[in-house]
Design a protein. Structure first.
Length: 337
């Protein structure tokens, strides 16, 4: 089964979010329905769990199995009674999380609309791609997976969107998996961003990076961010990369210094994982740039390289960009901030 879990700001440095070449996709047809698995799960009569669980699985034959086996890790070989008891205990433990989510997501239509708009752009640029037709909302473990994509549709873990200041995100057991620099993004506004990220990952799965240079990995990350920006053109760019607004602005203000960090330390052609991991991927900060700096600075630089290339080659189609050799793109971009 395919399973991937992993306010418009009108200021100058967000200009690329609202450029004049953004297509009008209002007439692109997208069929999308939201299924509230979370509501149905927490409405079960826990005094008769076996038949209630059977009824729930009949209603959700695909996503129900995904939820049980991949989200809350139930062994499918368990007896009906054992499975029912486990679900009953889960409902009891997570009732307060569900109640908190209902205050925000009792009406999910706003978020469905944002996802649908993103899918319209996906369909515009990649008409052959099979779009998900359903969105499943659920409540899962706070330290577990969040938003994903399965064969049934997009899976939205509402427990990961209760607001960055939600008290339980600060507990030790959640912080061990999702420290502050990650949990601050657990906002409702990231639902569409995460959903389109899962689409990008599904369309262009990342390949092994064992023998890839730093700059190649940076450009590959930059390609994905560029594609994401095309699927969500009205979303501020700081959200797309997961920075705060201030962090993103300062990165743009100090773009030349960021690039100098890689050039002057001869890191662009390294294949040393122990070096690359400090700059490409999740991280709390980039030590060389100060305590307030964001991590994942290599992806930021890669994104700027891709933008530079596309500025020089505006007729390049997205499908060609995504399959283009990253080293070749880097050489042709002639990026020098």
């Amino acid at each position: 089964m395919r399973l991937l879990f992993s306010l418009v700001v009108a200021v100058a440095f967000f200009a690329s979010c609202n450029n004049n070449d953004t297509p009008n996709v209002d007439n692109v047809k997208v069929n999308l329905t939201t299924k509230r698995f979370d509501k149905d799960l927490f409405a079960l009569d826990t005094n008769r769990m076996v038949p209630e669980l059977d009824r729930l699985m009949t209603k959700y034959p695909g996503f129900g199995k995904t939820f049980l086996t991949q989200i809350i890790n139930i062994d499918p070989q368990w007896s009906p009674d054992s499975m029912a008891n486990y679900i009953k205990a889960f409902i009891g433990s997570y009732r307060n999380i569900y109640d908190s989510s209902e205050k925000i997501f009792n009406d999910f239509s706003k978020y469905e609309k944002e996802i649908k708009k993103g899918l319209q752009y996906v369909s515009h640029y990649f008409p052959a791609y099979k779009l998900p037709a359903k969105v499943y909302t659920y409540i899962g473990p706070l330290d577990g997976t969040g938003d994903g994509l399965s064969e049934d549709g997009l899976c939205i873990g509402l427990q990961s969107h209760l607001g960055g200041d939600f008290s339980l995100y600060k507990t030790t057991w959640v912080q061990e998996t999702y420290p502050d620099y990650m949990s601050r993004r657990f906002e409702p506004s990231y639902i569409a961003v995460n959903s389109m990220n899962r689409i990008v990952e599904d369309m262009f799965p990342e390949k092994s990076n064992d023998d890839k240079t730093m700059v190649v990995q940076m450009v590959e990350k930059g390609k994905r961010l560029y594609l994401l920006s095309k699927f969500l053109p009205a979303t501020p760019e700081f959200k797309l990369i997961g920075y705060t607004e201030k962090q993103y602005k300062e990165c743009l203000d100090h773009e030349a210094s960021i690039w100098a960090l890689f050039v002057q330390n001869n890191m662009l052609q390294t294949i040393d994982y122990n070096i690359i991991k400090n700059y490409v991927g999740e991280g709390p900060k980039t030590p060389e740039l100060g305590e307030a700096s964001p991590g994942n600075i290599g992806s930021f630089a890669g994104w700027q390289i891709v933008k530079k290339y596309m500025d020089k080659n505006p007729k390049t189609e997205l499908k060609d960009l995504m399959t283009m050799d990253a080293e070749k793109l880097f050489q042709e971009a002639k990026y020098k901030p």
